[in-house]
Design a protein around this ligand. Structure first.
Ligand SMILES: [Zn+2]
Length: 260
């Protein structure tokens, strides 16, 4: 109400004036031309009222960012991560690139199972879920939990794939060992024409990074129940591909999935 009354008063006083004022640089402008456009109109009232009330002008709204989370069949531009729709029965969508990667061919980051941050050395000594000679129970499926590197780094609902997600990927796509832009890896093609590429980025063990360019290791969120300190990992090389149990303290890639 105060704003409205002030506006009416100022508009009335301005339209009644026909004087000009001399500005510090010697130019003249109509009295009341607050925004310097040579005219006295409602925009000057807004500028003056805002000045009196100590308000800063409201900026033009930013254009909406280009939507990137629309399911697509292939990774077609630089707006990663894309949601690749492989036409899977569960409706699960796969990210086009690894956590920490800037493109599908980029190796990205390596995590011990249950860790959400990278480190320099990957062994039991640096594994935070190995204490006093035994492995800490952080659950049989860490998807979407505080131990999920995909959720922690990309936000929900991104999550690590379960062992079942990898099996679904394997059972409903055709995979081929290829070299893409100079990077070895495995390409998965869905029946709907979709394409997903996983680089053979190797893994970190006690001796550092090894087998890059020859093998791919991707953590699932599923604990291997048969032996403490192991979790299921999706692995491949040129000749074969499948899920197996791997030591949890090793550093391996994470390829997020998105579930509706
Ligand atoms: Zn992409």
């Amino acid at each position: 109400m105060k704003y409205f009354v002030l506006t009416i008063l100022l508009l009335g006083s301005m339209t009644a004036q026909a004087q000009t004022v001399t500005m510090p640089d010697g130019s003249t402008r109509p009295l009341g031309d607050m925004d310097g456009d040579g005219e006295v109109n409602i925009s000057d009232v807004t500028a003056l009222v805002n000045k009196i009330l100590g308000k800063t002008p409201v900026p033009e709204p930013e254009p909406e960012p280009e939507p990137t989370l629309v399911p697509v069949l292939v990774c077609s531009d630089d707006h990663h991560p894309h949601l690749i729709d492989l036409g899977l029965p569960s409706g699960t969508l796969w990210a086009c690139c690894n956590v920490g990667a800037s493109s599908p061919e980029d190796y990205g980051d390596y995590y011990a199972w249950g860790d959400t941050q990278t480190k320099d050395v990957y062994n039991n000594d640096t594994y935070q879920y190995y204490q006093d000679g035994s492995y800490v129970d952080i659950g049989s499926d860490i998807a979407g939990t505080q131990y999920d590197a995909a959720t922690a780094n990309w936000g929900a609902p991104w999550q690590m794939p379960t062992k079942g997600d990898f099996e679904e990927l394997l059972n409903h796509t055709t995979s081929t060992w290829i070299t893409k832009n100079g990077v070895n890896g495995r390409e998965f093609k869905g029946d709907n024409g979709s394409i997903l590429f996983l680089p053979a980025a190797g893994s970190y063990s006690n001796g550092g990074l090894g087998l890059e360019g020859a093998r791919g290791y991707y953590w699932s969120s599923s604990l291997y129940e048969g032996s403490p300190g192991y979790a299921y990992c999706f692995s491949f090389r040129s000749g074969n591909v499948g899920c197996g149990d791997y030591v949890s303290s090793g550093g391996r890639n994470v390829r997020p999935v998105y579930k509706k």
